[in-house]
Ligand binder design. Structure first.
Ligand code: ATP
Ligand code: MG
Ligand code: FE
Length: 353
């Protein structure tokens, strides 16, 4: 089967075609990601109205391109999947409406996908990760540990109680005018800096009885450090490096605890620990978590960088996995601004929303 996947929940417009191979693996036949970074850069953050309009302008063209590149006709498709939340509602609607229209016009099954389920299943695009696995989903809007027991079967073990790390990266970059999106800019600056130079807080880390995380105080502390003395290039780099280390310390500490909990619950010799979501594109963080996994006897996996940040291949994959289970959605599923990924919450239903 071949599934078309659409993504438009934030500021990337994306379309992808994913096929299930005879050997059980998956193949991404074609994919396009149109970033809107240039449109939002001047504002230092995503402007919902601008995002929605850009999705409208680009979505149809991207679909045409992937269909042409894969040399496919509508009749070659088995189904259509589109992100139906969570995200900026105006943007979500664009992909969702487009997906429903294609489904209706060409008589194809439709799957409304939770964007977080896309991130959660993204490591399976490369084919090596089996259920159950421990997932750290760390992105622009989320930070949580999940037990991924199967398609649609997720259990949240712990999460941030305030901001997401991606948000903290973006704010840190904005405070020092390093550019947008903030994550890659902070990572670049951090390379030249001394991570021990500035003492930043690790909120909640003295508590070992919880997987709660907090990043809001970190952002405030960065602001204070910036105001304390003139920010030359050296200090910028030091702040970035110190900030990145603080985030890594928090995620690393909680990861070790989450691994212990996972082990208590699931009996597996060498289970997978997966880190996915936009912030997983950070190399320093990846290496740190990979080392943690190694020490704790977990196999480490993380999608390639282009599938960490928002993309449609992960949405098409989630659609494919649901298609194979016969889990189709009616065409009246609604777009959802909020939609936690927990338990059966990932299964779409027209009544909720
Ligand atoms: P969510 O998936 O939670 O709804 P989102 O879709 O906006 O949020 P993603 O696209 O998964 O988030 O991730 C974007 C975030 O990842 C941004 O905050 C961005 O700054 C951050 N990010 C991207 N690359 C890096 C990097 N190299 N280092 C740190 N952060 C990064
Ligand atoms: Mg983006
Ligand atoms: Fe995302």
């Amino acid at each position: 089967p071949i599934i078309l996947g659409l993504e438009s929940s934030c500021d990337e417009t994306a379309a992808a075609l994913v096929r299930r191979c005879d050997d059980g693996g998956v193949e991404v036949l074609a994919e396009r990601i149109a970033s809107q970074d240039d449109k939002h850069a001047a504002f230092g953050g995503v402007v919902p109205e601008i995002a929605a309009r850009a999705h409208v302008e680009r979505m149809d063209g991207l679909i045409k391109e992937v269909m042409e590149e894969a040399r496919l006709d509508w009749k070659d498709l088995s189904g259509v999947a589109a992100t139906s939340g969570p995200g900026l509602i105006g943007g979500v609607l664009v992909g969702l409406m487009t997906g429903k229209a294609i489904s209706l016009a060409h008589d194809l099954p439709f799957m409304g996908i939770n964007h977080l389920e896309g991130h959660a299943l993204s490591p399976r695009l490369t084919g090596q990760v089996e259920f159950p696995y421990l997932l750290l989903l760390v992105s622009g809007g989320h930070c949580q540990f999940l037990m991924v027991k199967g398609v649609g079967d997720y259990e949240r073990l712990g999460s941030t109680i305030d901001d997401a790390p991606g948000e903290a990266f973006d704010k840190t970059a904005k405070i020092m005018a390093l550019g947008f999106p903030g994550g890659p800019a902070v990572e670049r600056w951090a390379k030249q800096g001394n991570a021990e130079a500035i003492d930043l807080p690790r909120p909640l880390l003295n508590r070992k009885d919880t997987l709660d995380m907090s990043f809001a105080g970190l952002k405030t502390a960065v602001r204070r450090a910036v105001e304390l003395e003139p920010v030359n290039d050296k200090r910028k780099a030091d702040i970035c490096a110190s900030f990145q280390l603080a985030v890594a310390d928090i995620l690393s500490t909680r990861t070790r605890q989450a691994m212990d909990i996972f082990r208590e619950r699931i009996n597996a010799e060498r289970p997978h620990f997966v880190v996915a979501g936009g912030v997983a594109a950070n190399q320093t963080l990846r290496f740190r978590l990979e080392a943690d996994a190694k020490e704790a006897g977990f196999a480490f996996a993380s999608p390639p960088m282009r599938w960490c940040t928002d993309n449609a291949a992960m949405i098409a994959l989630a659609g494919l996995e649901r298609y194979l289970l016969g889990q189709f959605d009616p065409l009246d599923v609604s777009a959802r601004a909020r939609w936690p990924l927990d338990g059966k919450a990932a299964v779409n239903s027209p009544a909720s929303g």
